[in-house]
Ligand binder design. Structure first.
Ligand code: GLP
Length: 248
C-alpha cells in the first residue's frame, strides 16, 4: 500500500485531485467511484478548479457513488444525490446519463442492488475508487461486521455513525437508520483505490485499517488485500501509525 502523509487538508485535496486527473488524462472515459462526506469536499473543489482553469474534461467519464440513505429522495438536501450534484456534478461537464448513485427510494432494493452491480460491470468496472473512512473504520456504509466479500446491499447504520452524521440533520430522529451501499467486495474490485482521511478522529480507524489485522470489524482493513490502494492522510489522522516507512 502507498501511504502519503501531508501537513494540510489542502495538500490532501490536491494530491487526491492529481490522482483523479491522472486517471482521466490517461483514460478520458474512465469510470470513477465517488464518495461523500466532508473529507472529499476539498478534492471536489480542486477538480472543479482543474476543470475550469485547466480544462480537465469529464465529458466521457462515468461515475458510481458508493452509497445513499434509505428513505431520502434525490432532492432532499442531506441525500447523497443532492450532495454530489451541489459539490461536483453541476460544476463540471459530466454527462447526466453517466452518473450513477444508489437509490434510496426504490420499491425493490434487491433488484436495484443487483442492477447497480451489473451496471458497474457493463461500464467496464471502476478504474479509480475514491474513499473516505468512518471513525469506526467503515468505507461507504459498510459498517463493522460487513462481509469482506459483500456487494451492493442495504446496511443498518450503527448508532455511532448516525450520531456522527446527525450534525447534518435537524435531530438524531431525522438521521436515516439504513443505507444502500456498495459492498467491500465491490470496492475491492476497483482497479485503484485512494482513501482520504483527515483529523484525529480518524487516527484509530487509520491505524486499525493499515497496521491491524484484516477483519470485518474494521472494514477498511480489507484494503490491505488490494494491490493498488493509496492512503492520502494528514499528520493528525496518521498520528497513531507506528511504522516509520511512510512517505511524508
Ligand atoms: C459517511 C459516508 C462515508 C464517509 C464517512 C466519513 O457516513 N458514508 O462514505 O467516508 O462517513 O465521513 P466524513 O468524511 O464526513 O468524516
Amino acid at each position: 500500500m502507498e501511504i502519503l502523509i501531508t501537513d494540510t487538508y489542502e495538500e490532501i485535496s490536491k494530491a487526491a485531485a492529481r490522482v483523479v486527473a491522472k486517471a482521466l488524462n490517461s483514460k478520458p472515459d474512465a469510470v470513477l467511484g465517488l464518495a461523500t462526506g466532508s473529507t472529499p469536499l476539498g478534492l471536489y473543489r480542486e477538480l472543479i478548479r482543474m476543470h475550469k482553469d485547466e480544462g480537465l474534461d469529464f465529458s466521457q467519464v462515468t461515475t458510481f457513488n458508493l452509497d445513499e440513505y434509505v428513505g431520502l429522495r434525490g432532492d432532499h438536501p442531506q441525500s447523497y444525490h443532492y450532495f454530489m450534484h451541489e459539490n461536483l456534478f453541476k460544476h463540471v461537464n459530466i454527462a447526466r446519463p453517466n452518473i450513477y448513485i444508489p437509490s434510496g427510494t426504490t420499491d425493490n432494493y434487491e433488484a436495484f442492488c443487483k442492477w447497480y452491480e451489473q451496471r458497474i460491470v457493463e461500464c467496464g468496472g471502476i478504474d479509480l475508487q475514491v474513499l473516505g473512512i468512518g471513525g469506526n473504520g467503515h468505507i461507504g456504509f459498510n459498517e463493522p461486521g460487513s462481509s469482506l466479500g459483500s456487494l451492493t446491499r442495504i446496511k443498518t447504520l450503527t448508532k455511532g455513525t448516525r450520531k456522527a452524521n446527525a450534525r447534518f440533520f435537524k435531530s438524531m430522529r431525522d438521521v436515516p437508520k439504513y443505507a444502500v451501499t456498495m459492498g467491500i467486495g465491490t470496492i475491492l474490485k476497483a482497479r485503484k483505490v485512494v482513501l482520504l482521511a483527515t483529523g484525529e478522529s480518524k487516527a484509530q480507524a487509520v491505524v486499525d485499517s493499515l497496521e491491524g489485522p484484516v477483519s470485518s470489524m474494521c472494514p477498511a482493513s480489507a484494503l490491505q488485500l488490494h494491490r493498488f490502494a493509496t492512503y492520502v492522510i494528514d499528520q493528525a489522522a496518521a498520528s497513531k501509525l507506528t511504522l516509520d516507512t511512510y512517505e511524508h
